[in-house]
Design a protein around this ligand. Structure first.
Ligand code: ASP
Ligand code: MG
Length: 439
């Protein structure tokens, strides 16, 4: 069994859906195909939902109409026969009628999740009609019947495994299954989701639940690159990463993969491949258990970071001080990314500013608190690089013209992280590209 996940741009036009079909048909292995919503749809739905929440129903209705007309055009080009057009249009009508009904009822968080789920429901159902027209045998598996999260938002892998296996057994002569990424049910049985970009997570959870041979993530770039191609001119695809390296890169800003998607694949030892729909023969990136070689693999940058420094002479020779600080962040469910300490001060970084005001208030009694906003974490990742003084020297020599606010080194063997001002990000990534990667 193989899992193939296609992102928003890979299903974003009828031409691209044809390309997906080619890729699915390339071999006859059994597969579960996970689809995102058409590109732009989830953003449009978030926008519609926010407009409804603000009470501006008229504007929400206009936005719903605009999105519906996009789908009508899409259907017109996607399928040829009258019968298929009718079926596809009926699906579009069903989902947009639902959105129009929502306009009339009072808004709630559960309703918001219902709205966000429409994108994946539409893309998979339309793709199924398209396959039917091409006479390709397949089964549409409703993710809402097997994908679930518990009360803390964690996927219930045991139950996903049982339910998914039962569903597949009902169709044991079939080899092609299509399902929705991103959407799931929560502990209350309501429609929910795995957070933005969550289709990768869906694919990896299914791969783990079915002990798949491989989990392929198809996007529009040939694998993970050594540096951010949007910021730096010359970048190269990284052919192999270990799960540890990939986890650090995904977490620290490499946009290609949802960070949570690593653990299910790692726990069930399913290799993940990052591949390009437009260049299917390119090697892409393979992520698996083994760390093939020592050395630097890639650099990633994560923006929107806030650094908080807590300075107190009471920290000198005291114990329990760090615990008090961490408790404040724990209370406000705000994860800390980087941390450095000296004998009299602690600096930490966060990327979620939802409770910043409350956090700062509670930190004040512990010492003098200073914050720096608009910071970027630059993470240089590679197997055992923290052991190599050579790499450290190259990093700091190439960045000598950049002011570095924090350095985190030795926390893991695969990562060296630096905090700099976002203004210097492009320059820093370029300098690392030439000084560390020789590109
Ligand atoms: N459609 C969802 C999003 O845009 C999930 C995904 O594409 O992975 O976030
Ligand atoms: Mg994505």
């Amino acid at each position: 069994m193989k899992i193939m996940k296609f992102g928003g741009t890979s299903v974003g036009s009828p031409q691209r859906m044809n390309k997906v079909l080619e890729l699915i048909n390339a071999d006859d292995t059994s597969k579960v195909v996970v689809l995102s919503a058409l590109s732009g749809t989830t953003n449009a739905l978030v926008n519609i939902s926010n407009t409804i929440a603000e009470g501006d129903r008229k504007q929400a209705q206009q936005k719903i109409e605009a999105l519906e007309s996009h789908y009508r055009d899409f259907v017109q080009q996607l399928v040829q026969s009258e019968n298929a057009k009718q079926k596809a249009n009926a699906i579009v009508s069903e989902h947009f009628e639902f959105l129009n009904i929502i306009l009339k009822i009072s808004f709630s968080e559960a309703l918001n999740k219902d709205i966000l789920a429409q994108g994946e429901l539409l893309s998979t159902k339309l793709f199924s009609v398209f396959l039917e027209e091409k006479e390709i045998a397949h089964v549409l598996l409703p993710a809402l019947e097997f994908m679930s999260i518990d009360a803390t938002g964690e996927p219930q892998i045991g139950s996903i495994k049982v339910k998914l296996s039962q569903l597949l057994q009902q169709h044991d002569t079939k080899k092609l299954f299509i399902t929705q990424g991103y959407i799931c049910r929560n502990a209350k049985g309501e429609v929910d989701n795995l957070k933005r970009g969550g289709s990768d997570y869906t694919a990896s959870l299914i791969a783990a639940a079915l002990n798949a041979e491989v989990c392929e993530i198809w996007t529009d770039i040939s694998g993970l690159h050594n540096n951010d191609p949007r910021v730096v001119e010359k970048t190269i695809a990284v052919e192999h990463l270990s799960f540890d390296e990939a986890a650090e890169l995904a977490y620290f800003g490499a946009k290609i993969l949802h960070p949570a998607c690593i653990w299910p694949a790692r726990s069930y030892n399913v290799p993940v491949k990052l591949l390009n729909t437009m260049e299917p023969n390119a090697a892409g990136t393979t992520i698996n258990q083994s760390a093939l070689n020592i050395g630097v693999k890639a650099v990633a940058a994560k923006d929107g970071i806030i650094a908080i420094k807590i300075k107190s002479s009471r920290m000198l020779l005291a114990y329990g001080f760090l615990r008090k600080i961490f408790e404040v962040f724990e209370k406000y469910k705000t994860p800390i990314d980087m941390i450095t300490t000296s004998e009299v001060a602690v600096s930490v970084t966060i990327d979620d500013s939802t409770y910043l005001h409350q956090i700062l208030k509670e930190l004040e009694p512990l010492g003098t608190v200073e914050i720096d906003t608009d910071q970027t974490i630059i993470s240089i990742v590679g197997n055992e690089i923290a052991q190599s003084s050579d790499i450290l020297e190259k990093i700091f020599t190439s960045l000598k013209s950049i002011q570095i606010r924090m350095v985190s080194y030795g926390g893991s063997n695969h990562n060296i992280s630096l905090l700099i001002s976002t203004n210097n990000k492009q320059k820093a990534l370029q300098l690392i590209n030439s000084g560390v990667f020789n590109l």
